[in-house]
Ligand binder design. Structure first.
Ligand code: DC
Length: 227
């Protein structure tokens, strides 16, 4: 069967919507290179904090984004609530987004010979980073469900959890992500919206695969032996 090459899948959605888990699992099944673009913003935010800067100040944030070294951070550092909040501040600054854009596009364009393409997750993949993506999924879930998921995630990692604080942080992050002037969080016009509020991770994966199977170039990819 003819194999398509360099397919691009865009997964967007708000914090704790389940998009990261979904994107990672789709990447494994479809042999796509995975890029969690939130980690770029999280690493930028942490670099600012670690160097005594302020994530809301443009010069501090741009300097950090230009000297980014992801290998400097552990996955644990990047997933902390502190990193998430700092990330949403630096992500609000258009010049920081411009610095990080080229890297994201280069991963989508050149995923590496071992892969059939790339899957990127974030907030603006379908609208700004890869507007020509072959498949776009916008993952949603209610605020209450997302708060519950984030509390669970933090508890499993042994981080202190105060529900009121998580609720306040998430509400403020949602607002910053959705209301910013450049690359706000919103579904692309041609995105498929997947509401995972009443689904577990396996159910979300199954419907996303069904959707992708029927989308454009994916019709010519042999998925029979992968799922
Ligand atoms: O997905 P996440 O929680 O790791 O993202 C952290 C922050 O980074 C989030 O508040 C918004 C920002 N972000 C963004 O603005 N654009 C992206 N493509 C990815 C993340």
């Amino acid at each position: 069967m003819k194999q398509a090459v360099n397919l691009v899948v865009a997964i967007d959605g708000p914090a704790a919507s389940g998009k990261g888990t979904l994107a990672r699992r789709l990447a494994d099944i479809l042999t796509l290179r995975y890029l969690d673009t939130g980690s770029l913003y999280r690493a930028t935010g942490l670099t600012v904090l670690n160097t005594g800067g302020d994530p809301t100040i443009e010069s501090d944030a741009v300097k950090a984004s230009e000297s980014l070294d992801l290998s400097y951070f552990s996955a644990e550092d990047l997933r902390s609530e502190e990193a998430g909040v700092a990330a949403s501040h630096v992500a609000f600054i258009p010049s920081v987004r411009a610095v990080l854009l080229d890297f994201q596009r280069s991963v989508a364009a050149n995923p590496g010979a071992a892969f059939k393409g790339a899957i990127l997750d974030g907030r603006d993949i379908g609208t700004v980073v890869c507007p020509g993506a072959d498949s776009k999924i916008f993952v949603e879930a209610t605020l209450e469900v997302r708060i519950k998921r984030r509390l669970q995630e933090l508890m499993e990692r042994g981080e202190p959890v105060i529900e009121a604080r998580i609720r306040a942080d998430m509400t403020a992050r949602d607002k910053r992500d959705r209301d910013r002037s450049v690359a706000p969080l919103k579904p692309a016009d041609d995105a498929w919206v997947l509401d995972t509020s009443n689904m577990n991770a396996d159910e979300a994966l199954a419907v996303a695969l069904d959707h992708i199977r029927g989308t454009g170039p994916f019709k010519i990819v042999s998925l029979d032996d992968t799922c």
